[in-house]
Design a protein around this ligand. Structure first.
Ligand code: 5GP
Length: 193
């Protein structure tokens, strides 16, 4: 998605060879217009997949997921990283190691929001080593829901997340694929690669 790539080049900050900071439009301050376009793009990619729910993880997955849900006209569920006192119903849970925070969180979704009748589009802001996406897939598996695919805003293709997810037989769609963050520069995978 050209507009997203241009925004990454203009406003993304390369923290080191592995981490890209995009807090001015995606992970802290949110560019709602860009998110709307991102949501529409995901909706187009999955328009014939029979999606009934969009599932993401708090916090940075919520913005693109909400716009995808809006465009697909389906509910959006975000997995919580901490149990809330009000979450007194049955929970689906999985352990996820966080790439950026370097801690393991138990993520959870209430069983009442995901069932075996659902067909899910999983959305997240970044794909690095795939742990967040695999945790969300695990929650869907526990609910008996189908997973139509994983929609990612920014994939770092030099990390092994895509491989791990595709090896399990899932479809992955990323709107921007970063090939390298070396020398303080963002290099994208070309469309042909
Ligand atoms: P994974 O679980 O695929 O290893 O990492 C994905 C999660 O880690 C995403 O939910 C995202 O929040 C965070 N993450 C991974 N890499 C980056 C990065 O380069 N920049 C930012 N801002 N977040 C990242």
């Amino acid at each position: 998605m050209q507009e997203l790539k241009e925004m990454i080049v203009k406003k993304g900050i390369v923290l080191d060879e592995n981490v890209l900071k995009v807090d001015s439009f995606l992970t802290h301050q949110i560019d709602a217009l860009l998110m709307e376009k991102i949501g529409k793009r995901f909706a187009k990619l999955y328009q014939n997949a029979g999606i009934t729910k969009v599932v993401t993880i708090e916090a940075s997955g919520i913005a693109p997921a909400v716009f995808a849900g809006l465009a697909l006209n389906v509910p959006v569920i975000f997995a919580r990283k901490q149990k809330s006192l009000t979450m007194n119903t049955e929970l689906l849970t999985a352990s996820v190691y966080s790439f950026t925070k370097q801690v393991t969180n138990d993520i959870s979704i209430s069983t009442k929001f995901l069932t075996s009748d659902d067909c899910v589009l999983v959305i997240d802001d970044f794909l690095a080593n795939g742990q967040a996406a695999l945790g969300l897939i695990e929650l869907c598996r526990q609910a008996g829901s189908d997973v139509a695919g994983i929609g990612i805003v920014i994939e770092k293709s030099f990390q092994n997340g895509r491989q791990l997810i595709e090896d399990k037989g899932y479809r992955v769609d990323s709107l921007a694929r970063v090939k390298s963050l070396k020398d303080n520069k963002v290099e994208f995978v070309s469309e042909e690669e």
